[in-house]
Design a protein around this ligand. Structure first.
Ligand SMILES: [Zn+2]
Length: 498
């Protein structure tokens, strides 16, 4: 209650001088953000030549080169020892052969079982397979799990926690049931099978020797020469009544290192140059689909990337004409967003400018389209604003003020709802800044039919609307870079503890 009251007060105060508060200089440079420029850049960035800008692949690197040349041309500096690229490596992990034999029965991967563990073994291992059922203390006192493969009945529980518990108790691995019903299991097995040829990109980590095989409840009964009912009963009362088996298994993993890069450009500020505002987007996308079609990613996130370019150019022009911002600005186009916000995580863990001096992150991910909610609306001049109330009580007000003064968009806060099932606040790169208590705003147009499809193309972009959105982001950034005080950190970065 209190916070909302204060916010309303701050708002009324700001409104009272808004009429005379238009900044002619800001308006002049906002007007350099044009539909024509945005369309020109995006037509290139979302072209087939970029092959969907897949992380670590040729198209992503071509896009990076395009961005670097642009930033050079408009006179911004490369902040990575004079360079514009922050290079790092990711591991591309592909599962090799995974075998599991119980007694004399050979089980088939992604059919009889799904591998959900980790490991990389030089040779196959032979272990006793015991039935434990539930990983509670009582059962653990009845069944010795040390150095054994352990049969677990984890329906309704958190499989990862149960696995951790038995590994802590010295188990060699697990065969686990996590769901009732053969059809449910088969659906998951099919999904794993479809993805099995593909690698998974992530930060490199040491292999955990943790063989965990998920099976259906029927298969578990078959493995232990028992029935589903018997196993359930034993899990509750006495798991030691189930006869143990012999299991032989091997897990092989192939790992390949892939180089990728964040792109960044720097504009040094004046009297507050130690403080840095970060304006970001991700320039990677999801490459080519299984049917050979290019995912151009015009909206996701070509739109955010060309907005950052155009905003950078506006600030660069202003600086050239003697209107350098008081704070410094880092224009950051990250890689690996589609693989799990990897590029922004890398930046936040290896920042070029200290995070304690990083005042805000303004993140732009999809601002070129109209979503399902607004497709039939009379007024389609909207943008979703996400997270602006979380860490700082001032940020939302500042953005509202700039919108009222200059752009007049409808700012939609629906995804700030505590119970928002989409969890957008956690799903783009700003979250890696919020995690470090840096107040963020995430600008977003919502989801549409072409989201993550090969049909997300440049001809569907609403350039007039996108220009308005980019101008709002410019004005808010101009304000954040020039105001006397940085926004205070007086909130929290997760919804649950609000
Ligand atoms: Zn995106």
């Amino acid at each position: 209650m209190k916070k909302r009251y204060l916010l309303a007060g701050a708002m009324a105060f700001m409104m009272s001088w808004q009429v005379s508060a238009q900044d002619a200089t800001a308006i002049k440079y906002a007007s350099t953000i044009t539909e024509a420029d945005l369309e020109e850049y995006l037509t290139f960035l979302a072209s087939d030549e970029m092959e969907g800008r897949e992380t670590g692949e040729k198209g992503q690197k071509m896009a990076a080169e395009y961005l670097v040349n642009f930033y050079k041309e408009i006179g911004l500096d490369g902040p990575v020892d004079g360079d514009y690229l922050q290079k790092f490596e990711l591991a591309n992990v592909k599962w090799g052969d995974i075998s599991l034999k119980i007694g004399n029965q050979k089980l088939t991967n992604n059919e009889d079982f799904v591998f959900i563990g980790d490991g990389n073994m030089r040779r196959s291992e032979k272990k006793d397979l015991v039935f434990l059922g539930l990983a509670n203390e009582e059962n653990l006192s009845k069944v010795d799990v040390k150095d054994k493969l352990v049969g677990i009945w984890a329906i309704g529980g958190r499989a990862q926690n149960v696995i951790q518990d038995i590994m802590d108790a010295g188990a060699a691995g697990a065969v686990i049931v996590t769901m009732e019903g053969q059809a449910n299991f088969d659906r998951i097995a099919n999904r794993y099978k479809a993805l099995s040829g593909r690698g998974r990109l992530g930060f490199d980590s040491e292999d955990k020797q943790q063989p965990v095989f998920m099976v259906s409840s029927n298969k578990m009964a078959e493995i232990f020469d028992s029935s589903v009912e018997e196993l359930k009963e034993a899990a509750k009362n006495d798991p030691s009544v189930i006869k143990s088996q012999k299991a032989t298994f091997q897990v092989k993993k192939n790992k390949e290192m892939v180089g990728t890069e964040n792109v960044m450009a720097y504009l040094e500020g004046t009297d507050k140059k130690e403080e840095v505002l970060v304006i970001s987007s991700h320039y990677d996308h999801i490459g080519i689909d299984s049917q050979g079609r290019i995912n151009n990613g015009a909206d996701d996130d070509g739109s955010g990337t060309v907005s950052v370019m155009e905003i950078a150019q506006a600030f660069a022009k202003a600086a050239e004409d003697g209107h350098r911002p008081r704070r410094s600005i880092l224009f950051l186009n990250v890689t690996g967003e589609e693989k799990g916000l990897l590029g922004s995580q890398y930046y936040a863990e290896n920042p070029i400018f200290p995070l304690e001096n990083t005042v805000n992150n303004i993140n732009i991910d999809m601002v070129g389209r109209i979503d399902y909610e607004y497709q039939d609306a009379e007024d389609q001049d909207y943008v979703y604003v996400i997270g602006s109330e979380m860490l700082s009580s001032h940020l939302k007000t500042i953005n509202e003020y700039n919108n009222i003064t200059y752009t007049g968009l409808k700012l939609d806060y629906r995804y700030d709802a505590e119970d928002d099932p989409n969890r957008f606040y956690y799903r783009s790169d700003h979250y890696n800044f919020a995690k470090h208590n840096i107040p963020v705003i995430f600008f977003f147009n919502g989801v549409h039919d072409d989201y993550h499809q090969h049909t997300d193309t440049v001809d569907k972009i609403e350039f007039p609307l996108m220009t308005k959105r980019a101008r709002l982001i410019f004005h808010t950034s101009w304000d954040l870079a020039n105001r006397d005080e940085r926004t205070p950190v007086d909130g929290t970065n997760t919804r649950t503890d609000r």
